[in-house]
Design a protein around this ligand. Structure first.
Ligand code: UGA
Length: 429
């Protein structure tokens, strides 16, 4: 342990909590990760990792002596100077964020008499910090500090995003608490944005909303490209060189999914609405995304006619490559729609599973998924799909039809391989 190593308790052993814990250990701190699920903790104690996140297993292994795992709150808090809250905040039926796991952590905090700083990593509505402050004060824990330290890590690149972030955001009630959390990040070279707590909470929601808006924007441009004969890949390249616009998050496709964007867009929409404001742009972003997930159905019908009894292969189940996460994956919406149309649905994914997708048959290989299929839909841009021998697969399909939902493959090469190939926002076959 380095001389300056601090003691950090992390509540929640999901993607965010594990990455946060492993990265703080890598920075030289002593970390205890606490979760309520005993199996998860057992797995971690054995040295296994319950999720698929590139680089996380090596990081956990390398810092083993600085990392502990427990289900016990007191064991986690014992000696801790910082308490990170990294529990889930899923949407409720109303679209608001469900903060029950956050409140459980706050209420279970033992009545320590030393100064500790509670740091909020979970994505929460603006105003949550204020409420936590009141709740701690009401428990006689006015000496416990509070800092909003939102995460901007993306699944699949979370370790790198944590260690090499574009910025660190710290919203504190007390200057000294912000200073302490800034120091905890020593070793990471990034601008630190210091703000009040509400602004830090809003920075997180606004950052995700801005990224989602870019995706829905380019998806609508793609749809207009289809109607007018332009190619959205070229259009994105052409606008992306403009430094004011930039290149990232301009990949047209079949819509965004994942554990963050869909829930955060709803949470911000509800937050605005409950505060008396109708957030028009955000509503449009959400609606465009819902429609985008379903556009492939129209394309398949155009290529195949009725989908009843047709065998359709979905290539990819994860909401994006390099993760096994299928939460809010467009693949699931697509599968549901295809089954409703009477199609037989097969799915291949190198790591994700079709659990919960009743009626979908999971194939072990791309070859198996495509054998005798009437059409394939590329749903997740898994790099493996670049190395596939498409010509031999085309020959094995009942009809060689492929809709590339991520504009991943080369249209000319796919047509040369024998496919009737369509993509998103590009000239169709
Ligand atoms: C996202 C943000 O990128 C992170 O900064 C943020 O910290 C995280 O949410 C969170 O709030 O926890 P993540 O959901 O892991 O991260 O994944 P992204 O890489 O942002 O992708 C989200 C979705 O957008 C995927 O379905 C992806 O396929 C889609 N996408 C992304 C596009 O359709 N086009 C693009 O150009 C980029």
């Amino acid at each position: 342990m380095s001389e300056s190593g601090k003691r950090v308790a992390v509540f929640g052993a999901g993607y965010v909590g594990l990455v946060t814990g492993a990265c703080f250990a890598e920075l030289g701190h002593r970390v205890v990760v606490r979760d309520v699920v005993p199996e998860k903790i057992e797995t971690l104690r054995r040295g296994d990792v319950p999720i698929f996140e590139p680089g996380l297993d090596e990081l956990l292994a390398r810092n083993r002596e600085r990392l502990g795992f427990t289900t016990d709150v007191n064991e986690a808090i014992d000696g801790a100077e910082f308490v990170y809250v990294a529990v889930g905040t899923p949407p409720t039926y109303s679209g608001d964020a469900d903060l029950s796991a956050v409140w459980t952590v706050i209420d279970e905090l033992p009545a320590v008499d030393r100064r500790i700083v509670v740091c909020m990593k979970s994505t929460v509505p603006v105003g949550t910090g204020e409420k936590v402050r009141h709740r701690l004060d009401a428990r006689g824990l006015a000496h416990v500090g509070y800092v909003s330290n939102p995460e901007f890590t993306a699944e699949g690149t979370a370790v790198r995003d944590f260690m090499e972030p574009d910025r660190i955001v710290l919203g504190a009630f007390e200057e000294a608490d912000g200073d302490a959390v800034a120091k905890l990040h020593e070793g990471i070279d990034a601008p630190v944005v210091r703000s009040d707590v509400a602004s830090a909470e809003m920075i997180k929601l606004a950052a995700n909303a801005a990224l989602m808006a870019r995706i829905s924007f380019i998806n609508e441009i793609a749809n207009v490209c289809e109607a007018t004969g332009a190619d959205v890949v070229k259009v994105a390249e052409g606008i992306g060189w403009d430094r004011r616009i930039g290149k990232s998050f301009l990949q047209a496709g079949i819509g965004f999914g994942g554990s963050c964007f869909p829930k955060d867009s709803l949470a911000l929409k509800q937050l605005a609405a409950s505060s008396g404001y109708h957030f028009q742009v955000l509503n449009a972003v959400i609606e465009v995304n819902e429609l985008q997930k379903r556009r492939v159905i129209g394309k398949l019908k155009h290529l195949l006619g009725s989908l009843r009894g047709k065998r359709i292969a979905l290539l990819g189940l994860a909401f994006k490559p390099n993760t096994d996460d299928t939460r809010e994956s467009p693949a699931f919406v697509l599968a549901g729609r295809l089954l409703a149309e009477g199609a037989d649905v097969l799915a291949w994914d190198p790591v994700a599973h079709a659990d919960g997708l009743h009626g979908v048959v999971q194939a072990e290989t791309v070859e198996e998924a495509l054998a005798d299929a009437d059409a394939a839909v590329l749903v997740t841009a898994w790099p493996e799909l670049l190395d596939v021998d498409w010509a031999s697969l085309a020959a094995r399909m009942r009809s060689a039809v492929l809709v590339d939902g991520r504009n991943m493959l080369d249209p000319e090469a796919m047509r040369a391989a024998g496919f009737r190939y369509d993509a998103i926002g590009r000239a169709a076959t």
